[in-house]
Each structure stands twice: as structure tokens, then as C-alpha cells.
Design a protein around this ligand. Structure first.
Ligand SMILES: [Zn+2]
Length: 138
């Protein structure tokens, strides 16, 4: 699993994906409430970047992404297509093309705490969480 996918599926991921060629960007949350639950994907839809998230879809078995039938966002909306592309691309073993940047929003992908240590800001995980992630425990 590459680092980007590991971050996205860490349980509490908040990140922005930007296509620097087009200037398009979207902010996604991917939450896994429990180890035996799927990952729920939501997308930032308004100006309040703490609260304005809309349910987008679900990742099953950390492998298959499905657009949510209950989502208020159309399956062919740019944000929905962007996540679908991102997940398919990463989960089939590709790394991101140079024009696509994925940046975590300064929060640990696993526990959601704000990152302050430069190494952590680099990796997207706090010191304890990176041990758990890299050691194979989630
Ligand atoms: Zn953490």
C-alpha cells in the first residue's frame, strides 16, 4: 500500500487534493468509525471548513469505493469523480501523477490531532500513530 493510500485509509484522514495543472481542488474526509466498519467519505461543500461536509460514498474492505445512494452529490459531480479517480488510481498501485498534489490538512490521519513536529507534518501522522501504522496495527 503506498503512503497516500495508507494515509487516506488511516481512519481519520482529512486532506485536500489539488490538480495544479487545472487549479481544481477538493477537501475530503475519510473516516472509519471502527476497525470492522467501512470507511465513510465526505467532501467539503461550503466555506465552514469544520462543518460543511456532505456524505459522498463508502469504501468497503479498504478496497472498493462506491458512490453513496443517499449522497446529495451527483455521481458525476466533479468532487465525486475526483475521489473516485483518486481512490481507483491509488488502490490499483499507481502513485500520483506530478500535477496532482495530496496534502493532509495538518491533522494526523489516524487520530485527527493537530500535527506540530516537522517530521509528523511531513508524514501526516503523529509519532505514536506512525508507529502503529508502519508496524501494521491500525
Ligand atoms: Zn495520531
Amino acid at each position: 500500500m503506498n503512503d497516500s493510500l495508507q494515509f487516506i485509509l488511516a481512519g481519520n484522514a482529512l486532506f485536500t487534493v489539488e490538480n495544479v495543472a487545472t487549479g481544481n481542488r477538493f477537501t475530503f474526509k475519510v473516516r472509519q468509525p471502527d476497525d470492522d466498519k467501512p470507511h465513510f467519505v465526505s467532501v467539503l461543500t461550503g466555506s465552514d471548513n469544520e462543518h460543511d461536509y456532505a456524505f459522498l460514498g463508502t469504501v468497503f474492505d479498504a478496497a472498493r469505493y462506491h458512490h453513496g445512494r443517499r449522497s446529495n452529490i451527483a455521481e458525476d459531480a466533479p468532487s465525486a469523480k475526483a475521489f473516485e479517480w483518486l481512490f481507483r488510481h491509488l488502490s490499483t498501485g499507481h502513485s500520483l501523477p506530478p500535477q496532482v498534489r495530496l496534502c493532509h490538512c495538518g491533522k494526523c490521519g489516524r487520530c485527527g490531532k493537530t500535527l506540530t513536529v516537522p517530521e509528523s507534518v511531513e508524514s501526516g501522522f503523529g509519532p505514536e500513530c506512525i508507529k502503529a501504522i508502519k508496524g501494521g496495527r491500525r
